[in-house]
Design a binder for this molecule. Structure first.
Ligand code: PLP
Length: 495
């Protein structure tokens, strides 16, 4: 299998080249040249396998230039011990046909761990094939979850260094503590005075600065990217949709071949795109239900065909979904409409901040997707309701997904067995979750809120969050946007 660019189908790379490169030079994203099919018999056989077996099977179909041994060591290294559930991504039945796929059992308690625990391993193998002897330097701008998950994934991985920039006032107290206490010999973290966009544009500038790239090259180093446009982050996410389906079959909740609905709380469109690929491969999925918070750009797009980022930006209690440009949407558009149209629409997005797809593409989108959004008040009310009625405590992002799911069932009557992706531990967003279940504002400090939330809900705080209280702070630096390149050089020991 080869990989081409969403903006240039003449590009042809192996999977390791696509992973090592991250993004195509024409600005497009790498996509496989065909979608591998998985039969119902194969799905039934996967139901008897562990998560590791399922991951090797599904990933092997995409990463065709990795040997069995390489794939085996990447998958085992990522999933054998690092997750607090041996199922890695367990499915929990909340009520009736409503099931939650818990994707937050990894080291940082957010779903990004599932991809970022394996990406560094894939990247080291890929780097060895594609660019021998070069040290890989990962730069990340984060609004919270990605930075910590990338640090945990890359910590002490040979031949790599990782540097994370976060906006000084743009992350939650728990997220900041998670990053500033990060262990590992090859890691560094810096705040930047500014917002997430400043951090993001600063990193992009460094990434593409020819003088900086040349300096790294002289020192045997090269930049690579850990963000969700890298195919090596997307492919591992396809696995857990197969795994969830297999678990439902195994538990007798569905028969192999029955259709399910999938609901995903969405920001950059990576997670739900993985569900789309699973469906295209043959997983029996009826509707992909895209849930957004008040930043409802995707709800509008999936229902009207117009993508318009010229709108008010809301800061919400589900910050990982506060996003107006969903990069991975480009891969869906490529699948449905081809590279010529993608180029045209992405050009309009860059110049006007807006584009409208043709009627044929919209019809395809509507066949595949349903979409809805909900504001903070409704998110909190939903968290409280599901906890009080069903004893299930969910985080704010998952709360958005549950609310949109309930609206979908109420308006369509379509209540077939459903999997809702749960993307973070409720203890990562203790303040909003505590306020939701208590029904009033809280002025406790972060760790007292965690303790209280555990007490009143009877849920245990994951140890990796609880232990942060006693960890040593290693990184206190804060730089100006103009000083980011200096921080990079200092970390790499380049004068
Ligand atoms: C990143 C993130 C999301 C959004 O996922 P996308 O793949 O960007 O759509 C949702 N919830 C949480 C907790 C996240 O960290």
């Amino acid at each position: 299998m080869n990989y081409l660019s969403t903006r240039d189908t003449s590009v042809s790379l192996t999977s390791s080249q696509a992973i090592a490169k991250g993004i195509s030079s024409d600005g497009g994203l790498f996509v496989p040249d065909s979608i591998p099919a998985v039969s119902l018999e194969e799905i039934a056989a996967l139901a008897d396998e562990s998560y590791i077996g399922r991951a090797k099977n599904i990933l092997g179909r995409f990463l065709t230039d990795f040997t069995d041994e390489e794939l085996d060591s990447c998958v085992k290294g990522a999933y054998e011990t690092g997750f607090s559930s041996e199922k890695v991504a367990p499915v929990v039945n909340v009520k009736g046909n409503m099931n939650v796929l818990e994707l937050f059992k990894g080291p940082t308690c957010a779903f990004k761990d599932i991809a970022l625990q394996i990406l560094p391993r894939l990247l080291t193998v890929a780097g060895g094939k594609a660019a021998k002897g070069t040290e890989i330097v990962i730069l990340v701008a984060t609004s919270g979850d990605t930075g910590k998950a990338a640090l945990e994934g890359f910590k002490d991985v040979e031949n790599t260094k990782i540097l994370v920039f976060y906006p000084s006032d743009g992350v939650s107290p728990m997220q900041k503590l998670q990053m500033c206490t990060q262990e590992g010999k090859n890691v560094a973290v810096s705040a930047i005075s500014g917002n997430f966009d400043d951090a993001q544009s600063g990193v992009k500038k460094i990434f593409t600065d020819p003088a900086i790239i040349a300096k790294l090259k002289e020192n045997g180093m090269a930049f690579s990217s850990a963000n969700s446009i890298n195919w090596g982050r997307l492919a591992p996410q396809i696995v857990y949709y197969f795994s969830a389906y297999c678990d439902l079959v195994k538990e007798g909740r569905i028969n192999c071949g029955d259709k399910i609905n999938v609901v995903v709380p969405t920001g950059n469109f990576g997670n739900i795109l993985a569900a789309y690929y699973a469906k295209e491969m043959g997983l029996p999925v009826k509707k992909l239900i895209c849930a957004s918070n008040s930043n409802s750009v995707l709800t509008e797009f999936l229902t009207t065909g117009t993508y318009d980022r010229n709108r008010k930006f809301y800061t919400t209690i589900s910050p990982s979904m506060d996003i107006l440009i969903s990069s991975n949407l480009e891969r869906l558009l490529y699948s449905l409409a081809g590279s010529e149209k993608v180029k045209e629409w992405m050009k309009l997005l860059a110049s006007e901040g807006k584009y409208t797809v043709d009627g044929e593409t919209l019809a395809k989108i509507k066949e595949l997707f349903a979409a809805g959004c909900c504001d903070d008040d409704k998110t909190k009310a939903t968290i409280a309701k599901i906890f009080n009625e069903n004893g299930y405590l969910c985080d704010t992002h998952t709360g958005v997904a549950v609310a949109v799911y309930e609206d979908y069932v109420a308006s369509t009557g379509d209540d077939i067995p459903t999997v809702i992706a749960s993307t973070a531990s409720p203890f990562k967003f203790s303040k909003a979750v505590l306020e939701a279940v208590e029904g009033k504002a809280s002025d406790l400090n972060e760790f007292d809120m965690v303790t209280k939330l555990a007490e009143i809900t009877g849920n245990e705080c994951p140890s990796q969050l609880a232990n942060l209280r006693n960890k040593q702070i290693r990184f206190t630096g804060c730089c100006e946007k103009s000083g980011m390149d200096r921080v990079v050089f200092d970390m790499l020991g380049i004068k």
